[in-house]
Design a protein around this ligand. Sequence first.
Ligand code: NCD
Length: 315
Amino acid sequence: MRNLLSIEDLSRQDIERILARASSFAQVSGREIKKVPTLRGRTVINLFYESSTRTSSSFELAAKRLSADLVSIKAQGSSVDKGESLRDTVQTLSAYDPAAIVIRSPYAGAAALVASWTTASVINAGDGKHEHPTQALLDLYTLRARRGDLEGLRVWIVGDVLHSRVARSNILAFTRMGCAVTVCGPPTLIPRDIATLGCEVRFSLDGIEEADVVYALRMQRERMTGSYVPSLREYAARFQIDGRRLAPHQLLMHPGPVNRGVELAAEVIDSPQALIVRQVESGVVVRMAVLYELLAGGLSPLPASRGIRTEPQPA
Ligand code: NCD
């Protein structure tokens, strides 16, 4: 495997292999010295055009724990915007002969474009509202660590599904592992064709008691161009997961950052049912496993072709 752009690129077997590798890295993470020499002498570039706390820091730690040389670029506030200028940046960075470029962008399809311009392996760390595959992998890893086999688990994804790349990647990932996925939110925040990804659709929390896992999403206000709910208060009244709505047997997940008091009430965020901190923890070992898979596990980019692709490649 050369790039990780979408969960669609992964078979169940690929996912199993990455999760197993992540478990082996979890053993390394339990040691006092958390580093292995796997990527010594290789360069990883993190290129983030959007805000990030968890994803950027865990990719940094993952690359460092594999002993790679790491360059982290936060493009926020720069004049770099889209299209050609992204291409220029990638061509510039490709001169360092990176083994991998980790890209987060507000534009759907940006990671695939980058992959067509560079010989480095490209990892999609979130492209607009399209996909965020490593988030889905770390969620599978976290849930499996708690619940064991995922086959048959019922997962409800609740909130702003329309603007969420996490929702798209997670519907694909959870269904691939045999879970039954339901998405739930106000009709204005559920994409019309979402059921084609293999999930059920609900427009109210009625029936949420059947879920084994409640996966809450933030309102992605940075991607909203109009008004999708009458008010956050009203949204919270109908869709907030609180101590009344979350039964003791249900697990709670959220990719972060949480807007306390909107999609989640404080009492559930801090409850033992919440896996939110575990998800963050899993981010490092799962991203180590993804870097390993692309750079050390199979075919690596050919050193002879250094950096920039000469021909545009299909994504
Ligand atoms: C998510 C993202 O950026 O897509 N955050 C993350 O990576 N942990 C979800 C969000 O921003 O709500």
